[in-house]
Design a protein. Structure first.
Length: 279
């Protein structure tokens, strides 16, 4: 075994010992993380504080990031575990040999395979896990499809639904809108708005937005609200994003991309209970 292969083997063994690829929800640790060295990421290493899990998610490509935002929005998804390892290594080696496919390796030494997302879905019977691997169509090379076949067989043997998600299966407008409001999901991402301020203002802000009926640009309407309620500049915009992200207010998320220079129609002012509101 080469020195590089030996280092890789030790590194992945340490990942397993440290609990990577294990746990659920906030306790899950991705097997591969954005700060790991020498990750082929196409320059798209990103960290995102999960809406569903409250932990930091690690995505390694643009399309993984977009799919993560999509899953964050879906009410039917209860847990998101990215960079899920196919363990034990011996199992994928066995499958690769059965299929006559060369197993992923470093200097000839097999390495642990990972898949992009293991999702937990809410179903009538309780919950169900599925696997989604993300890849644009132009990158579905013969070698990539070979590796995906190892994945498919592995998860089929485990009784878990598996499929490839290409770019045309990810709703572009919805994802852009979720990305626009992503940092406002949590109130502690800024220092002005707290639960009490939000509780006191959201009804008045909703009335102001609905009274406008989409005539004024979003940014101008937010500036007007900041002046009327004597708030620091940008506060109303943050509140709007926060209420949309938490689905207290709604807009047509899949119909158009939200642009601050254009009007925005909001609807459904869901009551906020001061006693049990969680940001």
């Amino acid at each position: 075994m080469s020195k590089r292969g030996e280092r890789r083997k030790v590194l992945q063994s340490n990942y397993i010992k440290k609990g990577r690829g294990q746990g659920t929800g906030e306790n899950y640790q991705p097997f591969i993380q954005a700060h790991d060295n020498k990750i082929a990421s196409e320059g798209w290493l990103t960290r995102h504080k999960g809406w569903k899990t409250g932990r930091i998610h690690h995505t390694l490509s643009e399309h993984e990031r977009k799919y993560l935002y999509y899953c964050e929005w879906l009410d039917g998804v209860s847990d998101i575990r990215e960079q899920w390892p196919l363990l034990p290594l011996e199992k994928t080696i066995e499958i690769a040999e059965q299929l006559g496919i060369k197993h992923p390796h470093v200097d000839g030494n097999p390495v642990v395979m990972t898949t992009d997302f293991r999702l937990t879905l809410k179903i009538k019977e309780g919950s169900q896990d599925v696997i989604r691997t993300i890849k644009p169509r132009e990158k579905l090379s013969d070698r990539t499809l070979e590796l995906f076949e190892i994945e498919r067989v592995y998860f089929t043997e485990h009784g878990i639904d598996w499929c490839i998600v290409t770019e045309d299966k990810i709703p572009h407008k919805l994802v852009k809108n979720v990305e626009w409001m992503a940092n406002a999901k949590y109130l502690n991402n800024q220092s002005v708005v707290n639960e009490e301020v939000l509780w006191m203002l959201h009804d008045d802000l909703y009335e102001m937005f609905t009274r406008d009926t989409g005539q004024t640009s979003l940014i101008n309407l937010c500036f007007r609200a900041d002046n009327e309620f004597r708030l620091p500049k940008g506060t109303s915009l943050f509140i709007l994003q926060h209420l949309l992200a938490n689905k207290f207010w709604r807009t047509e998320m899949e119909e158009h991309i939200i642009r601050e220079s254009e009007p925005l129609i909001v609807f459904q002012n869901k009551p906020i209970q001061k006693s049990n509101y969680l940001a």
